[in-house]
Ligand binder design. Structure first.
Ligand code: NAI
Length: 257
């Protein structure tokens, strides 16, 4: 069996990228609250250290690793640290990502394209590659954090949407390749979630928040805990039949116009 039968993650080792903030931090804490030990990988060391300390306050072991997911060397080293520190890798949450300031395609700079694709798509590719190699013959579960922008186009978000659509292609293809090896690979497509990224994107003002919430039929932003709960389900035995799934969790944002 890939996972515990109780839904608890005691004894499991979880690697989370972008775990210094928002969805990544909440997911790291949610797994820790269910008994897992966590490796907190983030390009920013200080927030990663803070998340690791929060995991320890929950009584679990944690290691913070400075890791830029656009660098194969960094990712390989972070995954190696996971195995060296905790002896195994059971679950990986590939969450690190960057937003795109609203920009029409023809005005998007080459540098912005490279930054967004580099983090959101290449970063997930590199993460999955080294995680799958580390899992080897052992069972495991990988969840990639995509976006509602992975299933629809969004004006002003061509580069971001392309990066997130790409994550679904990576997820489905790798899921096919590794399902028979016991490595379960899925994605979550969150809608508008209350995080520092969404604060930056909306401008954090009441008007900006109202503008993004207006895209949500449910009339509110999602919470980081709601996304973390979906990741926990996918990685639990109860989610064991989900393979290559792109789980849209978006308050209805993408279901129609
Ligand atoms: P956030 O900005 O609060 O946190 C992102 C974390 O990723 C930060 O700690 C940052 O330091 C880290 N990071 C950025 N670039 C990195 C790199 N190259 N290497 C390693 N770490 C890096 O963002 P949030 O909102 O928690 O987003 C997490 C993921 O969820 C992203 O992939 C984002 O695209 C996705 N998402 C977020 C939504 C939202 O409404 N907040 C909606 C849909 C998807």
């Amino acid at each position: 069996m890939a996972h515990s039968t109780t839904g608890s993650f005691t004894g499991k080792v979880v690697f989370v990228t972008g775990a210094g903030s928002g969805i990544g931090r909440a997911t790291a804490l949610a797994f820790a609250a269910q008994g897992a030990d966590v490796v907190v990988a983030d390009i920013n060391d200080q927030p990663a250290q803070e998340t690791a300390s929060m995991v320890r306050q929950l009584g679990r072991r944690a290691e913070a690793v400075a890791c830029d997911v656009t660098s194969g060397e960094d990712v390989a080293a972070a995954v190696a640290t996971t195995v060296e520190t905790f002896g195994r890798l059971d679950i990986a949450i590939n969450n690190a990502g960057v937003e795109q300031p609203p920009t029409p395609l023809a005005e998007t700079s080459d540098a912005d394209w490279d930054r967004i694709i580099g983090t959101n798509l290449r970063g997930v590719f590199l993460s999955m590659k080294h995680e799958i190699l580390a899992m080897g013959e052992n069972p495991g579960s990988i969840v990639n954090i995509a976006s509602g922008a992975a299933v629809i186009g969004i004006r002003g978000q061509a580069a971001y949407a392309a990066s997130k659509h790409g994550v679904i292609g990576l997820t489905k293809s790798a899921a096919l390749e590794y399902a028979a090896h016991g490595i379960q690979i899925n994605a979550i497509c969150p809608g508008i979630i209350e995080t520092p990224m969404m604060d930056r994107f909306s401008g954090g003002t009441p008007e900006g928040r109202a503008r993004v919430i207006a895209q949500e039929p449910i009339g509110r932003m999602g919470t980081v805990e709601e996304v973390a709960a979906a990741a926990l389900w996918l990685c639990s035995d109860l989610g064991g039949f989900a393979i290559g799934h792109a789980l849209v969790l978006d308050g209805g944002q993408t279901i129609g116009i």
